[in-house]
Design a protein around this ligand. Structure first.
Ligand code: TPP
Ligand code: MG
Length: 388
């Protein structure tokens, strides 16, 4: 990971000059697909109700459970970083609905290309959450087999996975598969050339790919208004495919819209851009201090839209979950936290020289040179110890 400390890099601003994110560009009135209001009231959508019409109470409770356990796992990882057990962590706090809704919309044979923050999607794909932590602890370079769950390794190079997804989608289309591909990226990534190229290629080759942009309002310390002068979903129009803005804190709406987009892809109708309008409630990563660049009031305004509270209100008011369900889930959440702590602390340190083995299949003179330098560096500590 090469994410720098924003606190160290950015000039300090006084409280009076803090910016607020996501001001709507003048004249635009973006349509937001919503099935659950922030208070948890179900609202009708002529276009998207069909995609959640057959959902059972058990599945609804399942969506809630996914969000609660993902949030718990994420909080545990943040604590582990603070205790020195992880080098870094990128929290998904606030983005649970966007990730669980879209993740649960995927089919087993679909293929997912994540960024570094898609812990909820990984959960939906069946990747054991403890496998996500090895890279952040620095003991491996990935932690899971991408082909076991059709969930690619985390990608740190912003936006590059949209090209990988497009190429993959073009490939499966040539194979005649009826599965689809989904690529996750952020509002900041939308400014990358790779994303523009992915949009162009996927459109002209009619690739079965869904571009799922979590607009969490910030790219480290840059607000979305520095990335675009039009709502992000409207960019799709210029490339010739549909774009939809969905309430990213509404798990039902995210499920419905992503199902719709994946089905379009499967039917051979090409790419879709889904902009999940949400908010990064925490820091960019554990190396960042958002109080340096954004106002507390902004976070407070989003707290009332919390994805988990809204789903809980809906389940309770519609009588689809009782107190016993919530109590059992709390116990399950505690157990998950305990397991995550135990597994992380027990992760063995890798052989220090193993990193030189994975760069080239048949070795390389430059790598040999680097290995020798590293060996000399390691040996220098032994000498120091002896000298003292
Ligand atoms: C090509 C590239 N440029 C810069 C960076 C440093 N960097 C890491 S995260 C990030 C911001 C990404 O913001 P966004 O796409 O909105 O995703 P978010 O972190 O908000 O989920 C940047 C600039 C990088 N990893 N890769
Ligand atoms: Mg962002």
């Amino acid at each position: 990971m090469t994410v720098e400390s924003t606190a160290a890099r950015k000039p300090r601003r006084s409280a009076g000059t803090k910016r607020t994110a996501a001001k709507k560009p003048p004249g635009s009135q973006p349509d937001l697909v919503q099935l659950l209001t922030p208070e948890g009231r179900r609202v009708e959508s002529a276009e998207y109700d069909a995609y959640v019409a057959d959902i059972t109470p058990e599945e609804l409770r399942g969506l809630y459970r996914d969000m609660v356990l993902t949030r718990r796992f994420d909080a545990e990882a943040t604590s582990l970083q603070r205790q020195g057990e992880l080098g870094l962590w990128a929290s998904l706090l606030g983005q649970e609905a966007a990730q669980i809704g879209s993740g649960r919309a995927t089919r087993e044979d679909d293929y997912v290309f994540p960024t570094y923050r898609e812990h909820g999607v990984a959960w939906c794909r069946g990747v054991d959450p403890t496998n996500l932590l090895g890279m952040f602890r620095g003991v491996n370079n990935g932690g899971w087999d991408p082909n076991s769950n059709n969930f690619h390794l985390y990608t740190i190079v912003i936006g590059s996975q949209t090209l990988h997804a497009t190429g993959y989608a073009m490939g499966i289309a040539k194979d005649g598969a009826d599965s689809a591909v989904i690529a996750y990226f952020g509002d900041g990534a939308s400014s990358q050339g790779d994303v523009a190229e992915a949009f162009t290629f996927s459109a002209v080759y009619n690739a079965p790919v869904v571009f799922f942009c979590q607009n969490n309002q910030w790219a480290i310390s840059e607000p979305t208004e520095r990335q675009t002068r039009v709502p992000l979903y409207q960019r799709a129009q210029g490339y010739g495919f549909p774009g939809v803005r969905v309430d990213g804190n509404d798990v039902l709406a995210c499920l419905a819209v992503t199902k719709w987009a994946l089905e379009r892809a499967r039917r051979g109708e090409g790419p879709t851009l889904v902009e999940a309008y949400t908010y990064r409630m925490g820091a960019h990563t554990t190396s960042d201090d958002p109080t340096k660049y954004r106002a507390d009031e902004e976070r407070e305004a989003w707290e009332v839209k919390d994805p988990i509270l809204r789903m809980r209100a809906y389940l309770e008011e519609s009588g689809q979950a009782d107190e016993a369900f919530f109590t059992e889930l709390e116990a399950e959440s505690e157990a998950l936290g305990k397991r995550v702590r135990e597994v992380v602390r027990a992760m063995p340190d890798p052989d220090r020289f193993a990193m030189f083995e994975n760069a080239y299949a048949d070795g390389h003179a430059l790598v040999d040179e680097e290995r020798a330098q590293f060996a000399a560096y390691q040996a220098s500590f032994a000498d120091e110890g002896e000298g003292k």
